[in-house]
Design a protein around this ligand. Structure first.
Ligand code: HEM
Length: 448
């Protein structure tokens, strides 16, 4: 067991051995809480109301997941369009900051799901999204460095970084207001429709899902409430997916044989591209899936998983006592490289590790896919809070990789021969974000 928290030295965190995982996984939310842990760690609730409330989680877990089959081809179209929009001209090898590129592309894709076809494509929305995460990070540090729990309430009136995030939230609310009005009206009309006809899904986007969720839960549907919830969704989905995608790209550049094998798999599945991208087709990319999961196993972007705030004094079955107010978690990297689970080569990249598991493992279907939630690696957490966005995230990563390989050649810049050291900060461990890669547009698109 270990106490340390590089993210916030004033709030040490208890890192638990794996034997406690089952108990933490099964703990009731009034005993151990994820949203309260995140709020304590970052104070996001105090700097803009960005809280993983039940209705936010429910929208992702139920409505979004149900809509994925319908949305996948549309999200793929946004991916292709975003590559064309954000990739600079590159008929010759051209340096591009890949983290920024992928972030913009994923923003367009995820925004299609979150705010719908129209707003997601507007530059006003993109500008707010580009500002959002950096503004949030600044605000988190200002809150942490300048205030204590008794003065948090003052922060939004006195600190410029925190004022900035509230201003951003108001601007986002203004962008959402006309859409919200239309959707509230649509839900009202639909509720009035008692003809017994099958209810149509009016809009497959999170604005619609939130309005329905507010109606069910008796929450007042204001533009400000919607802005908080939409921004919370953006926060949990943007950085994690972008960083994981960049990690996969670096790992592919390090392994030309795997790159070739994956291109062959893509060629077989999507030789002519066109309108063939579907959830079903993506689920058949098992070589890419195995590769991306191995990339995630060796470089989990969160250093800790199952972060919980203990709300009541708790005694584990073996007698370990943890007082209320303790932050607890499990260290991702140690778990996912543990030689007891992964064998002597547990710290080596094996592109076929999960492919073999699919073919030979006794629990082939449940452990091998990238989206599997298991106890031998915890990139998505586990239990009641296991990431409900992982299906969209995994599909999104595959779409970004396959469209990149279809339209561009990519390589490291001169002097770089392998994946650079990860950026390591505040309990996250993202792939090096500043290093550019070289891109060249293909004369003829394809997976050759
Ligand atoms: C590669 C990308 C992603 C990673 C690595 C990731 C990882 C995680 C992890 C570790 C948790 C906490 C689980 C726990 O402590 O038990 C979580 C929760 C969550 N994630 Fe993700 N996530 C990703 C993408 C997404 C996306 C794209 C969305 C939404 C569209 C999303 C929505 C959520 C939500 C709503 C929760 C809270 C669940 C709850 O409290 O029950 N995530 N995610």
């Amino acid at each position: 067991m270990n106490m340390y928290n590089s993210g916030n030295a004033e709030r040490p965190m208890l890192f638990l051995p794996m034997k406690y995982l089952e108990e933490v996984r099964g703990a009731r939310s009034n005993v151990m809480s994820l949203p309260k842990a995140l709020d304590q760690r970052a104070g996001l609730d105090k700097i803009g109301g960005f809280l993983l409330s039940e209705h936010v989680v429910s929208v992702v877990r139920l409505a979004m997941t149900r809509a994925l089959t319908q949305l996948t081809p549309e999200v793929n179209d946004k991916c292709v369009a975003a590559y064309k929009e954000f990739m600079p001209p590159c008929t010759e090898w051209t340096e591009v900051n890949t983290m920024q590129l992928i972030l913009r592309i994923w923003t367009r894709m995820i925004s299609h799901v979150i705010v719908g076809a129209e707003l997601s494509q507007s530059n006003a929305w993109l500008e707010e999204m580009n500002l959002f995460v950096p503004t949030c990070i600044k605000a988190v540090f200002s809150l942490r460095n300048g205030y204590s729990s008794s003065t948090y309430w003052l922060a939004r009136y006195t600190n410029n970084d925190i004022k900035a995030i509230f201003r951003l939230r108001s601007r986002v609310a203004k962008l959402l207001e006309p859409l919200l009005r239309d959707r509230v009206e649509a839900v009202r009309l639909r509720t009035q429709d008692d003809t017994g006809r099958k209810k149509i899904d009016l809009h497959a986007d999170a604005i619609q899902w939130f309005v329905e969720e507010y109606t069910r839960r008796g929450i007042k549907p204001t533009a400000d409430q919607l802005a908080q919830d939409i921004l919370t969704l953006s926060l949990v989905s943007l950085a994690s997916t972008t960083a994981t995608t960049l990690g996969v790209i670096y790992d592919l550049l390090d392994r030309p044989d795997s790159l070739l094998e994956i291109k062959q798999e893509l060629k077989q599945s999507f030789g002519g591209m066109g309108d063939k991208i579907s959830r079903q087709a993506l689920s058949q990319l098992i070589v890419l899936d195995s590769f991306a999961k191995e990339s995630q196993r060796l470089n989990p972007i969160n250093q800790i998983s199952m972060h919980r705030l203990v709300l009541q004094d708790h005694t584990f079955k073996d007698g370990l006592r943890v007082p209320a107010g303790t932050d607890i978690g499990f260290t991702n990297e140690q778990i996912s490289k543990d030689s007891a689970t992964w064998g002597e080569d547990g710290d080596k990249f094996d592109a076929h590790r999960f492919l073999r598991l699919r073919e030979t493992g006794e629990s082939a279907d449940s452990r091998a896919p990238m989206t599997a939630v298991t106890h031998d690696m915890l990139p998505w957490g586990t239990g009641a809070h296991a990431c409900p966005g992982r299906f969209l995230a995994a599909d999104g990563i595959k779409m970004m990789v396959l469209n990149l390989l279809f339209m561009y050649d990519v390589k490291y810049p001169a002097g770089i021969t392998s994946r650079p050291k990860n950026d390591d900060a505040h309990l996250t461990m993202g792939p090096a974000a500043k290093m550019p890669l070289l891109f060249r547009q293909k004369g003829t698109y394809g997976f050759d």
